[in-house]
Design a protein around this ligand. Structure first.
Ligand code: SF4
Length: 434
């Protein structure tokens, strides 16, 4: 079968700027191609002038978006009209057996023509961000009516859509996207010791269906595993802690692609290299980070315990405590979870870190725990991220000036930290923050 998938107008596929939806489209298209279907994906361009490519058995067609339409809310509607009018021409030329649109009923109406079409809905707020009770409701109505199937990612979204558009009830189906009670049914191995924990991290908003997870937990999981717990961490209660060190830009880039307004805590110990402070400012500008909080040690602690700035030499653990551990605990007080960039390949105490761990009353996420060094390098290369200025001078891991030295080629990257001492960690990962 010849299948054409139309990506939303903001999302370049295959992904070059991160993005879960872009990856999902690429992976799903690749799987369908492996089953013998002819797969075409239409998406916006990648800004490099390419209009088409083939990869993994999938044919990609790119619609160039003029820069004047590529930013700001007022340009959004014009961008959509521009994009879908060109999509319509491409679909007509490709003449697929079926065209699949992602969450854009209005785009479906503009571009589908006479082709058999399928639409997927993944949120209550589908469309171009103007809702569905306003001026665009007729477009949505025509788009949904034009579809031969309306695929909803949960029963909740399906019920919601049918409430607003009763005429599509017969062709609306529920497909899995993780917001469905049945997908939370514990496996027999999950209740070992009755310690099942269900974790939701994201927008705590009804339109994203978070209440469906609560409902599923109460109806499906609790009766089977009474001691199970549900933890919900809203994006607004999450902070990322970054040293703006030699590998920090990778995690900051991933976070910024999701939401550049997530708070970033930076511990300015008073002993940092000027190059690190400059790198912080470079990455703030480059990634558009909107809430970087540079946290300094308490003046009272410095004058009481380190009046001569020699504590790093006489008692580095105490120095790290007043310059890193205590300031971090203060900075994280408003948050219920934090993210950091430790990797298992860094070795030492980091070799066995889990992806999620309890940190006192908080959760600590180590999303790069399983990542290998080459993947970090790929993120830097794909996003053209600037290296830390001291990497060129042989510093593979950078912390405070008195406690950082260059690493030799045959050493671990962190070998230059606290060289000559038993100390390998500053304490922020070995001391609970609460
Ligand atoms: S790394 Fe060194 S200078 Fe920095 S806080 Fe720790 S002991 Fe003090």
């Amino acid at each position: 079968m010849k299948i054409c998938h139309v990506a939303p107008e903001l999302l370049p596929v295959p992904p070059t700027k991160g993005g879960a939806i872009e990856r999902w489209i690429r992976d799903a298209a690749g799987r369908l191609a492996q089953r013998g279907h002819e797969l075409h994906v239409i998406s916006r361009d990648h800004g490099d002038g390419a209009t088409s490519m083939s990869e993994g058995g999938v044919h990609y067609h790119f619609v160039p978006i003029p820069s004047r339409l590529d930013a700001g809310l007022p340009a959004g509607a014009a961008r959509g009209a521009w994009y879908y009018s060109r999509v319509r021409a491409l679909v007509a030329a490709l003449a697929p057996d079926v065209v699949h649109h992602h969450s854009r009923p209005a785009g479906l109406w503009i571009s589908s023509g006479r082709t058999r079409s399928v639409i997927s809905l993944h949120s209550m707020a589908y469309g171009w961000g103007f809702g569905y009770r306003g001026w665009d409701r007729p477009l949505f109505t025509r788009g949904l009516q034009a579809a031969s199937r309306v695929l909803c990612v949960s029963d909740f979204i399906r019920r919601h859509t049918i409430d607003r558009y009763p005429s599509i009830a017969a062709k609306a189906l529920t497909i899995y996207n993780g917001v469905d009670g049945n997908t939370f049914a514990p496996r027999p191995t999950d209740d070992a010791g009755g310690k099942l924990t269900v974790l939701y991290v994201g927008r705590v908003e009804q339109r994203k269906g978070v209440h469906v997870i609560v409902d599923a937990f109460e109806r499906v999981i609790s009766p089977r595993v009474p001691a199970a717990t549900l933890k919900i961490v809203g994006r607004e209660h999450l902070a990322l802690v970054s040293s703006f060190g030699t590998e920090s830009a990778a995690l900051l880039k991933v976070m910024a692609d999701v939401d550049p307004a997530i708070p970033v805590v930076f511990l300015d110990t008073g002993w940092l290299f000027e190059e690190t402070l400059a790198y912080r400012d470079t990455l703030i500008a480059r990634l558009g980070l909107r809430d970087v909080r540079s946290i300094k040690p308490a003046e009272e602690a410095l004058s009481r315990e380190d009046p001569n700035r020699e504590l790093w030499f006489s008692d580095p653990d105490a120095c790290c405590r007043i310059r890193k551990v205590e300031p971090l605990a203060r900075a994280l007080a408003p948050f219920s979870a934090w993210i950091n960039g430790r990797k298992r390949f860094q070795g030492g105490l980091r070799a066995a870190i889990p992806v999620v761990e309890q940190d006192g009353i908080r959760l600590k996420f180590n999303p790069f725990a399983n990542v290998i060094r080459e993947e970090i390098e790929e993120i830097y290369a794909a996003a053209k991220l600037p290296p830390h200025p001291l990497v060129a001078s042989g510093f593979l891991s950078v912390g405070c000036m008195p406690c950082t030295s260059r690493s030799e080629a045959d050493e671990d990257a962190r070998a230059g930290r606290w060289r000559g001492r038993d100390k390998t960690e500053c304490g922020i990962h070995t001391t609970p923050t609460s």
